[in-house]
Design a protein around this ligand. Structure first.
Ligand code: ATP
Length: 319
């Protein structure tokens, strides 16, 4: 291969810029040309493709978001749309593509590979919900942000003997909530992996107050339930003022923490290495500290995300 394309797709994540930089600088050092595609698969369809040089990725390693832009483009599920994308790649002389995104983006990469265009997927999302990797690029920055938010809520909760409910991202994956809860010293949590009804939670909070607690923080993974309603129900049942805070997209932004920069850099470099070895349809992960690659479809369909039940059990003992 002589020319590599790179794009970021789906929700943005801190560290994506480090991953793009990893791809660009490694490819250039191997004598390859690199092309950046704007706004994910949408820009690929619209042929918004530009050559990237060494300086194109200067001063981005410390920046959140993705300087290439990202998009959701559902039309990419249609074969005809992808054919236009492949024609655009070929028109630009590009031989292989690195896709940085979540599992939806992985599906697009797999389809392109099946249709004759080799792609490598890199896990870029704060949710840590991608199979075939222990950690995703952006997760540790979002964790830092969530813990900082919890610390701030703790100050005010403690002063007012209040209960705080905090909604944390992660979709179907409770890693961000669980780890933020442990690091932030949250007393209670609701996460997708462990069944806990609203009534169970209220009983636990009541017990806590009966033991002499003066305030409480409840961490809840997004999409589990309506946190504003939960706050009202807790207040009615427990008799302490309760407020809900939805962290939302605040968790997506900010300068990436060192680990996300390092992970992005390593994975970006590894993607180029794999493409040079002739691999396509692979997704990159880090497992037990080592870079690995898996078949994308196998990873999406057959691999399970490990859930740290030990940490959950430890958390329960700390409450
Ligand atoms: P995040 O986890 O941050 O939401 P994601 O990559 O899972 O990231 P999606 O919106 O699911 O985000 O997917 C990003 C894009 O990937 C879609 O907008 C679409 O262009 C493409 N895509 C998703 N699913 C498919 C599919 N089955 N086939 C082809 N392309 C797809």
């Amino acid at each position: 291969i002589k020319k590599i394309g790179v794009l970021t797709s789906g929700g943005d994540a801190p560290g994506m810029n480090a991953a793009i930089r990893g791809v660009v600088r490694t490819a250039l050092s191997e004598g390859l040309e690199v092309y950046g595609i704007e706004d994910g698969y949408l820009g690929l369809y619209e042929n918004r493709i530009k050559r990237l040089e060494r300086y194109s990725v200067s001063d981005v390693i410390n920046r959140g978001g993705t300087f290439l832009g990202s998009a959701r483009f559902p039309a990419f599920k249609e074969k005809e749309t992808r054919q236009v994308a492949i024609e655009n790649l070929k028109k630009n002389g590009i031989d292989a593509l690195v896709v940085i995104g979540g599992d939806g983006s992985y599906m697009g990469a797999m389809r392109l590979t099946e249709e004759g265009f080799p792609c490598i997927g890199l896990p870029g999302t704060i949710d840590n919900d991608i199979r075939g990797t222990d950690y995703t690029i952006g997760y540790f920055t979002a964790l830092q942000t969530a813990v900082e938010a919890i610390d701030r809520l703790r100050d005010t909760c403690s002063s007012h003997h209040r209960i705080s409910v905090i909604e944390i991202m992660g979709r179907d994956c409770g890693d961000l909530t669980l780890n933020a809860a442990v690091a932030g010293g949250c007393e209670f949590m609701i996460i997708p992996e462990v069944t806990c009804t609203k009534d169970d939670l209220i009983e636990e909070i009541k017990l806590g107050f009966a033991k002499g607690k003066k305030h409480a923080i409840v961490a809840v993974t997004e999409l589990m339930l309506d946190v504003n309603q939960l706050a009202k129900d807790i207040e009615a049942a427990v008799g302490h003022e309760t407020r809900a805070t939805v962290l939302g997209h605040v968790q997506r932004g900010g300068s990436p923490v060192p680990y996300d920069r390092i992970l992005g850099s390593r994975m970006g470099a590894y993607a180029v290495e794999l493409l040079q070895q002739g691999h396509g349809g692979r997704c990159i992960g880090i497992q037990h500290g080592k870079l690995v690659h898996h078949d994308i479809i196998d990873a999406i369909n057959n691999m399970k995300r490990p859930f740290d039940m030990d940490l959950f059990n430890t958390a329960k003992r700390l409450f």
